[in-house]
Design a binder for this molecule. Sequence first.
Ligand code: 6LW
Length: 519
Amino acid sequence: MFPKEVMYTYHNPVIPGFNPDPSICRDGEDFYLVTSSFEFFPGVPIYHSKNLVNWECIGHCLTRPSQLPLANCQSSGGIYAPTIRKYKGLFYMTTTNVDMYSKGRPGNFIVHTDDILNSWSEPVWIDQGGIDPSLLFFDDKTYFCSTGGEMNSGYAGDTEHGIYLCEIDPLSGKKFSPSKLISKGTGGRFAEAPHLYHINGMFYLMLAEGGTEYGHMVTVQRSRSIYGPYEPCPHNPVLSHRNRGGHPIQATGHADMMEDQNGAWWLVCLGIRPLPRAMLHNLGRETFLSPLRWIDGWPVVGNNSGIELEMEGPLPAAPEPINFNYMTDFSGPLDPNWNYIRNPVEKNYVVKSGCLTLKGDDQTLSTANGNPVFIGMRQQAYVMSAETTLRPPETGKAGITAFYNYDYHYEIFVERNGEGDMAIVLNKRIHDLEAETFRQKIPACDKVSLRIKADTENYTFEYKCGEGVWITAGRGLCAGLCTETTHTMTFTGVYIGLFAGGGNADFLYSKSIVPKSLG
Ligand code: 6LW
């Protein structure tokens, strides 16, 4: 059935932790995948793989504030779903900075590069509204689609809801045709995530419908003409877990598909792994992989239109176990797995001779729409631990946090006041309630270690003075840092981060460990 007979077993999610809205393209035997980044910076991580299972973050598309202004960006504002494509020697990435709409400006833009390991162009802005932009290169023309019409009729809402298409120049952003409504979806609410493909003489339009929560699905339509009319696939939705109650993977949707160098087809999509006791998830929407077959000119996804934690497929190369363990001793530049909240003030981050100095200013992790002095990595496994050792600040605070957004975070930190008194503090913020649930004076020492241990119920916070023993300061429920429990619509996941406020602190290393049995 598959063009290549060697079948491999692999594990999902292939990119765990907050990595939603995956889009994938192939360049020879190299695969590249991008995901949404919202208020975090740099924007739009780029992952590389040779086998479609082991992905390494090699950089970001949006590395300069001129490409990605995030000042005062709302939680889960900023960058929504990207699409990546390769055409005639150039990589193109199109996405939305939804914050632009609140300024009355276009939100959809395109950047390009001829060297994916290097920097990308400045954005060109597209006069078409909505979200989830996508590109199709066909017949020497470039087609652009998204979920909104002409900009002067407003962001998505003011135009008739649906998928709009126009022809553009991807380098200048110039529009060659008016935006035309080509589909309203197949009946589910929120037709979004359009991806257009030209395969065997037909145009295929893949959409997400149902919303990005538990009713999420992927639908497909096809037409001989790019502008439609589009005929729905007889077995829509081609992927959904909406009727799979109790399945460990939920909310599958927002997909992209691609043919590999051996003629096998693959689909990447987002999904969530809810906590065992409730319909809640704290790790964010993650990236999953499924083989895709063509039957009678329609795509058939995975296991009976579903995705499993363990799947089999004709991968282009053998998969390796996913390594979740991470150690940095700050002996070189920060690798791209580290992210900031909104645009960082660069002078507040100094990496030198095995030490990261965070120069804490007057912002805190709770500063609304702020850019506190923080670097973090996505939490990628439910059961994990993360620790750091630091030299306490002369005055101020420095520590480690489990951070969802400025209204939802737990942290343990060391604080030194003007008199030189030192204390360990556990602080929790949920909704508009912020409380110190633990405060312990400690004798002055020049090194403090702080640790977060996560499981499917709690984050546990521990500290150690000098070479002493680990002491538990307290816990915080995972339920407090979940997408479903936030007071605004949010789309992100937990970061484990290092931070400082009100003074300078030197961090000597950062380490995170996932028990092998879960890797
Ligand atoms: C994205 C939309 C969606 O733009 O969630 O799951 C939105 N799908 O397509 C934010 O990621």
